[in-house]
Design a protein around this ligand. Sequence first.
Ligand code: XLS
Ligand code: NI
Ligand code: NI
Length: 435
Amino acid sequence: MSTGFFDGIEKLAYEGVDSTSDLAFRHYNPDEIVMGKRMEEHLRFAIAYWHSFAWEGGDPFGGQTLVRPWHPQDDMGRAKMKADVAFEMFDILNAPYFCWHDADIRPEQGNFADNLSTLNEITDYIGEKMQATGMKLLWGTANMFSHMRWMGGASTNPDPDVFAFAAATVKGCMDATHKLGGENYVLWGGREGYETLLNTDMGQELDHMGRFLSMVVDYKHKIGFKGQILVEPKPQEPSKHQYDYDAATCIGFLRKYGLENEVKLNLEQGHAILAGHSFEHEIAVAASEGMLGSIDMNRNDYQSGWDTDQFPNNVPEVALTYYHIIQAGGLGAGGTNFDAKIRRQSIDPIDLIASHAGGMDVCARGFKAAAAMVEDGGLQKALDDRYAGWKTPEAEAMLNSDLASISERVLSDGINPAPRSGRQEILENYVNRFV
Ligand code: XLS
Ligand code: NI
Ligand code: NI
């Protein structure tokens, strides 16, 4: 029985590029075969529960603007209604996956035992809905940043009782994710960092965070969870400085604590921008280490400098993102999670649907452009050409040589490198042919 929340909105269909409907796909056609596989299986779209169903429209200067029948979110009955509406939206959008934090799906109880029992109850309820619909869980995670108990950090909190509460919380969320067949478990540390070094022992906090993550990995093996464990880099916001600053920082952290073969990265477009990188930079860093796990797709406002979590709207940027993902072997067990929210003035149910439909279309269009570039091979050819010198026996041998021998060879052969064009503009023009 429908909740009626989306009354008047039909399940979206692929109508092709000429469609003028606000509620149709022009580019996302799940069954279309691209590079030998259905588009749905390449993109693995997921809907983030928090932005669409838990966020009430507040910003740092004002409170709630979104008025929903499942508000106030402090009651189990209304949490179930929220789940009913969420599954109606998943169906309308024809999205195969979703993601949650514990705090998105169950009401906060103020103590661990009740938080756990409500989480178990609501995930049983959600599990039945997954069974009935075929909907899948891309990842679960714990919200260890909103409630005041986390204000000084979760695993990095100076208070060991908060560390304990965090460990118990993550155990409960991992159990629930495992129960629902989740394909990944994510840790993003919004409060794992500091507001001021004046009150922070960074070395001790990093050691605690490393130990905590090792316990997460141990527990994954203990319960036989087959999904990936992912950490999500972000440089700041809400903390002034977050320890999981960017992909390179996270990789260094994982290596330091011996977790590089156990944990991969969930990379987010807006977080890359906050860290002063492009999204493809972060993907290339992770891919070069074999640590690309999944992506959170969104965009930031380039003028405001905040993590605005808007829906992606820039096909050329998205095309380069997927180009690097395809080059890295695809998303694997990861997916494209819309960690994106409507604006606080977008108060109607239709805004929730149109925003996701547009985001899915932008991704599909960028993905198809990326696939066409990969199939054409122009960028790869230019790359092969640029590095061709390294295929010669002398060049290969040099990497196992030493400075003195190399110096002798430079003198005896009179080596004097000839400058070569980097061809950047030609390559940019090339990309523009596809996007
Ligand atoms: C916040 C993060 C968050 C994570 C999950 O900026 O993106 O939404 O994806 O905790
Ligand atoms: Ni984010
Ligand atoms: Ni995210």
